[in-house]
Design a protein around this ligand. Structure first.
Ligand SMILES: *[C@@H]1O[C@H](CO)[C@@H](O)[C@H](O)[C@H]1NC(C)=O
Ligand SMILES: *[C@@H]1O[C@H](CO)[C@@H](O)[C@H](O)[C@H]1NC(C)=O
Length: 145
């Protein structure tokens, strides 16, 4: 006998399975990399020259390292960034994800990064939002928006 009420729990289970799978796919979307930080002066930038209006009002921006610079195509791209770990325990601000805009080429930035060769160089404000600002390098998870 096919009782329609008995099939309901199975549909719910499938629905739950579907949602947990999409959650899983969502979380595995991000890449793992590293981030350092840089201080002002931030101008001029390789992306926008002397145009300071390109900086987001919340000062959450960064410079693209070699891996994501993409010949300048990365200018204006937005990334979600969170801190995963660092050499010193307790460096990350857990549970915080910021959205940053790429405005600069890490190799040609006016001011030097706190650590060379990182995936992204974050503005001082951006870095301090996800990690202890005294750190020079952190491991991050990042994902283009
Ligand atoms: C940007 O950085 C790359 C290396 O990541 C470098 O080869 C290139 O010359 C730089 N371009 C500009 C416009 O600064
Ligand atoms: C940040 O790191 C420094 C150096 O390790 C430490 O002295 C300070 O207590 C840390 N600050 C916070 C808020 O964890």
């Amino acid at each position: 006998m096919c009782n329609p009420h008995l099939s309901l729990p199975i549909q719910w289970k499938l629905l739950l399975l579907f949602f947990s799978l999409t959650q899983l796919l969502h979380f595995s979307h991000g890449d793992v990399g590293t981030a350092s930080q840089y201080d002002p002066p931030y101008l001029p930038t390789a992306c926008y020259g002397d145009d300071s209006s390109q900086f987001p009002d919340n000062n959450l921006f960064g410079a693209a390292g070699e891996g994501i610079w993409d010949n300048g195509a990365s200018c204006g791209r937005q990334y979600l960034v969170s801190c995963l770990s660092a050499s010193e325990k307790g460096t990350c601000v857990d549970g915080v994800t910021i959205q940053i805009k790429i405005v600069e080429n890490a190799s040609s930035a006016v001011s030097q990064a706190s650590s060379s060769g990182t995936t992204i160089v974050l503005s001082a404000t951006a870095f301090a939002s996800i990690a202890n600002s005294t750190a020079s390098k952190i491991n991050i998870e990042f994902q283009q928006v």
